[in-house]
Ligand binder design. Structure first.
Ligand SMILES: Cc1cc2nc3c(=O)[nH]c(=O)nc-3n(C[C@H](O)[C@H](O)[C@H](O)COP(=O)(O)O)c2cc1C
Length: 176
């Protein structure tokens, strides 16, 4: 299948996760294209399946990502679509960490009005002091959050392998 892995990223961690997903799917025999969403117009018709991801800012997808979904909702409506978000749940300490499931539903709620994905994952990315304005750094410190690279590559691989299995099952179903 032709799988488009499209992403919106500011500091690169969402892009790196998108590329890793692309590598895993390619390793399972899929034809993959990994592209930033703001370089893709509505030229998505040639793809059979989609994996779409965005960095999370203020508990929502970045504008290029929500715009991409709105612009292409007709094509996305009748092909399998997986979504992933990259935030910083792993950087949080208790009690904030308990809010991660709530954040996940806040992130997906507007997206689910536009499409019906096969699944959604909230991954942790990279958060560095230089990514935040001064006010954000002060709040980050006051709440006891920790800077770092929280990407969990095994988790990303496992999720991509689930997608690969689902695509293979679709293919087998289509061949019957
Ligand atoms: C201005 C700003 C706002 C952010 N807001 C959130 C947020 O609301 N929720 C969250 O989980 N992560 C938030 N983050 C963390 C980022 O989503 C995280 O660092 C992610 O790895 C960034 O992805 P990128 O490297 O692809 O830009 C924020 C980061 C920045 C810089």
């Amino acid at each position: 299948m032709n799988v488009l892995i499209a992403y919106a990223s500011v500091h690169g961690s969402t892009a790196s996760i998108a590329h890793r997903i692309g590598e895993v799917l390619a390793g399972h025999g899929e034809r993959t294209e990994v592209r930033p969403m703001d370089e893709l117009g509505d030229g998505v018709h040639g793809h059979d399946a989609f994996v779409l991801g965005s960095a999370v800012h203020e508990m929502t997808w970045l504008p290029p990502a929500t715009e991409f979904v709105s612009r292409n909702r007709d094509v996305l409506a009748d092909r399998p679509v997986w979504l992933f978000s990259v935030g910083m749940p792993a950087a949080l300490r208790e009690p904030w960490r308990r809010l991660a499931p709530k954040e996940e539903s806040d992130i997906t709620e507007p997206l689910l009005r536009l499409l019906t994905p096969e699944g959604h994952r909230l991954f942790s990315g990279v958060i560095r002091p230089e990514h935040l304005p001064r006010s954000g750094r002060l709040m980050f410190k006051a709440l006891g959050f920790r800077y770092g690279d929280y990407r969990d590559w095994d988790d990303v691989r496992r999720w991509a392998e689930e997608i690969a299995r689902s695509l293979a099952a679709d293919r087998r179903g289509a061949a019957l």
